[in-house]
Design a protein around this ligand. Structure first.
Ligand SMILES: O=C(O)CCC(=O)C(=O)O
Length: 254
C-alpha cells in the first residue's frame, strides 16, 4: 500500500485519493465471493432476477471477509489522520451493485457534496473532526463506461458554496457546465479503494455497457465528537421536495 502520509495529503489537498491495489488478488477473490452472495455475476441471471437486486445491502454481511473491510488497520490509521481524532466510529457500510443496461437502468447523479447530503441536516462544519471520511472499495474493474465515480475537487478550492441557491448540495450541469468539464472519471481495477471527504464535489455515474456489473463496498466514518451525525446516512438535502419546510424548521431551532 502507498505511503499513508501521501494518501492523507492527497485527501487533504484534493479531497480524495485512489489507493491502487488495496486488496491483493487472494484477498480480492475471498471478498468478491462474499459479495457474490448478494450481487451475483450476470451469467445465468435474467432481467427480473437482477431488477430485484437493485437495493444496497447494509452492514453486517454474511461473510466476515466483507465485515472486516472497514476495520482494516490501514484504513483506520488514515481515518484517524484525516479526521484528526483517535475516536473513530463506523457510521455505515453497505454493498451495492450496478448492472449492464441489458438488465437494469442506472443513472448519472448530478455532481454534489456529501457534507450536506449524507452527513448533516444542519450547516456542515468542515473542521477535520466534524467531517466524514468515505470509502468505495471497487470489487470489479471500473472503466469509463462501467459506472466510474466522477470527482472534481474540494468545494472550497472550486469556490463553490456547499449549499446551492435552491437549498441543494448538488450542482446541475445546466447551472455549472464548467464544473463538468473539470470532472475526472475514476477508472479503477478491482481491489482499488477510493477515499474522500464530504466536501469533495463528486458523483456516481451510470453503467453504460450492456453487460457486466460494478460491485463496490461503501463505508464511512465520523468521530466521537460529531455526536449529532452518528450511525445514520441522511437521505436528502435541505431542498428535498418531500421536506418542503424542513429548512425553516432547522432555522427555528436554537
Ligand atoms: O457510486 C459512486 O461511484 C458514487 C456514489 C455517490 O456519489 C453517492 O451515492 O452519493
Amino acid at each position: 500500500m502507498k505511503n499513508k502520509d501521501a494518501i492523507v495529503k492527497n485527501i487533504q489537498d484534493k479531497g480524495y485519493c485512489l489507493v491502487e491495489g488495496f486488496l491483493d488478488e487472494e484477498e480480492l477473490s475471498k471478498v468478491i465471493k462474499g459479495a457474490d452472495e448478494y450481487f451475483p455475476d450476470v451469467d445465468g441471471l435474467n432481467k427480473d432476477a437482477i431488477e430485484k437486486l437493485q437495493h444496497a445491502v447494509p452492514f453486517p454481511f454474511s461473510a466476515n471477509t466483507l465485515n472486516q473491510i472497514p476495520f482494516d488497520k490501514n484504513i483506520l490509521d488514515i481515518a484517524e489522520l484525516v479526521l484528526n481524532s483517535s475516536e473513530i466510529r463506523l457510521t455505515s457500510s453497505f454493498i451495492q451493485a450496478k448492472y449492464g443496461t441489458r438488465y437494469a437502468k442506472s443513472f448519472d447523479q448530478p455532481l454534489h457534496n456529501d457534507a450536506w447530503n449524507a452527513s448533516s441536516l444542519v450547516w456542515p462544519n468542515l473542521a477535520p473532526q466534524y467531517q466524514r471520511l468515505y470509502g468505495i472499495l471497487y470489487l470489479t474493474d471500473v472503466d469509463d463506461r462501467s459506472a466510474p465515480t466522477g470527482v472534481v475537487d474540494k468545494a472550497q478550492a472550486l469556490q463553490l458554496p456547499l449549499l446551492s441557491n435552491d437549498n441543494w448540495a448538488r450542482y446541475l450541469e445546466e447551472d455549472y457546465p464548467e464544473l463538468y468539464k473539470k470532472e475526472t472519471l475514476i477508472q479503477a481495477a478491482a481491489g482499488d479503494l477510493l477515499l474522500f471527504t464530504g466536501d469533495l464535489i463528486h458523483r456516481g455515474t451510470a453503467f453504460r455497457k450492456e453487460d457486466g456489473r460494478r460491485v463496490a463496498v461503501f463505508f464511512n466514518f465520523h468521530t466521537a465528537s460529531a455526536t449529532w451525525t452518528g450511525m445514520h446516512l441522511w437521505a436528502g438535502y435541505p431542498g428535498r421536495e418531500d421536506w418542503p419546510s424542513f429548512a425553516e424548521f432547522v432555522e427555528s431551532l436554537s
